[in-house]
Design a protein around this ligand. Structure first.
Ligand SMILES: Cc1cc2nc3c(=O)[nH]c(=O)nc-3n(C[C@H](O)[C@H](O)[C@H](O)COP(=O)(O)O)c2cc1C
Length: 181
């Protein structure tokens, strides 16, 4: 099996973290992988805000994971939380996307975050995509401008323990077809 597929198989959603601090260089490595992601018209409509200072992180978790969103409270166990922001994109991909009913900035952000997550896995770090959180409260806490929207939270840290079997996936024949009629 190729090294890339090995890495893809190694990545799992991690929801329990060791308290061990994550080296700043490793965080920067993950951000670098996100930075190099492709995007529509090379618009790079993203920003990443890193929280590894305990009080600031606690404020973020309070805003993000209260009330209806408390099931996402596990992110507080991660020594680092990255907020992935989608930016209002460039005019050209914006128009092209609207014409086709596609929202390119979200696609772009998804690619960049998955680069980050895979780089984290390679560095021995666990992550979990978290989409279920109070976006407006996070936006307010961080004083974000109108064109910046928090889309995902990525808790990052050394996994607490080895994970069990991976959640199953659809079969290849179900998701792909060669030369369909
Ligand atoms: C866009 C997106 C949003 C997600 N949101 C959450 C979330 O809010 N909470 C959570 O625990 N997991 C979340 N996940 C993780 C998925 O549940 C997980 O990727 C899926 O069950 C497959 O498991 P695996 O990542 O271990 O392979 C999200 C994943 C993606 C891609």
């Amino acid at each position: 099996m190729g090294m890339f597929l090995e890495l893809v198989k190694k990545r799992r959603s991690v929801r329990d973290f060791s308290p061990r601090a994550v080296e700043r260089e490793k965080i920067e490595l993950c951000l670098e992988a996100a930075r190099l992601a492709p995007s529509a018209c090379n618009g790079q409509p993203w920003r990443f805000l890193v929280f590894d200072q305990p009080e600031k992180k606690a404020d973020l978790v309070r805003a993000a994971a209260s009330g209806l969103y408390r099931t996402s409270g596990f992110i507080s166990r991660a020594p680092v939380i990255i907020v992935a922001l989608s930016l209002r994109g460039k005019i050209l991909p914006g128009l092209a996307g609207r014409f086709q009913g596609k929202h390119y900035p979200l696609i772009d952000l998804g690619i960049a975050v998955e680069h980050l997550v895979l780089q984290a896995a390679e560095a021995g770090l666990g992550t979990c995509w978290v989409g279920w959180f109070n976006g407006p409260a996070v936006k307010k806490l961080l004083g974000l401008p109108k064109g910046e929207t928090p889309i995902a939270l990525i808790p990052l840290g050394y996994p607490a323990e080895e994970k069990s079997a991976s959640p199953s996936r659809k079969g290849l024949e179900e998701i792909a077809a060669f030369n369909p009629d």
